[in-house]
Design a protein around this ligand. Sequence first.
Ligand code: F6P
Length: 320
Amino acid sequence: MKKRIAVLTSGGDAPGMNAAIRAVVRKGIFLDCEVWGIKEGFRGTIADDMIKMELGSVGDIIQRGGTILRTARCDEFMTPEGQAKAAANLKRRGIEGVVVIGGDGSFRGAVDLTAAGVPAVGVPGTIDNDIPGSDNTIGFDTAVNTAADAIDKIRDTATSHQRTFVVELMGRHSGAIALAAGLASGAESILIPEKPMSLDEVCKRLDAGHKRGKLHSIIIVAEGVASGFEVAAEIKKRTGQENRVIVLGHLQRGGSPTASDRIMASCMASIAVDLVLDGRGGQMVVLKNGTYQAMDIAEAMKQKPHFDEERYRLARVLSI
Ligand code: F6P
């Protein structure tokens, strides 16, 4: 009898999740396993909503954003009863391990599922790049490119009208997208939860820019700091200058994954299959200093997500 493993995507979708699903399915089948796809994250474990995946069922998806397995946030799975039901369903189907593709909330689910008797291994899939222990997450590179591309376009109109734009980017607790997109697009100020910057300083930088003849200014705000509209209103009050606001929102979650995200998704998911087959539940695959490694999820969750101080300093230096 073939070994059976399963894969699910959970939490906010991220470009590259499909590439990861494809890698789990193809690597699993290559290793002579049966691979099952669980629908809508942990909800599918409780509802027993799963389909057997074939080589062809993951054809033509490596380049597609979103997740073919769909995703959800599932309150019932947070209860011990929900976890027991999920584990019972998986065991009844003979599933020996699950690859969980998602963010930190999904990884807590992986630890719970492991404790309930079904080893689950995490693959970091979130645009936020906020998984402690990993230098990168699937979807981050794509989201940063999407945001930088949008900011380039905004810059064209900002320059033509000599305007200030406030651009609100995603990231409730993480300023990673805002910082990377800000550095990539030469934003004048970047407001992120990890490094509070006063609006006085933002206005001073605006003023200094105007004095030396800058035609436009781009101020980036991560959603976790404040809404772009609040920041814009306050800047207008303090400077008397007109500005405009754009909220990129869920646009940052969609689109075709970059080659870099597809490659990382393929590598991480392949390692996750090895870990699941080794029965190493409660572990996740991380990228650390350029190498893929296995790491204990519970240990990782005791740490803070990686924050690139050097990048932040550089963004400030280059935007004087
Ligand atoms: O975690 C990914 C993310 O896109 C965050 O950047 C954002 O704060 C959140 O999800 C939005 O969640 P929802 O899709 O539930 O509005």
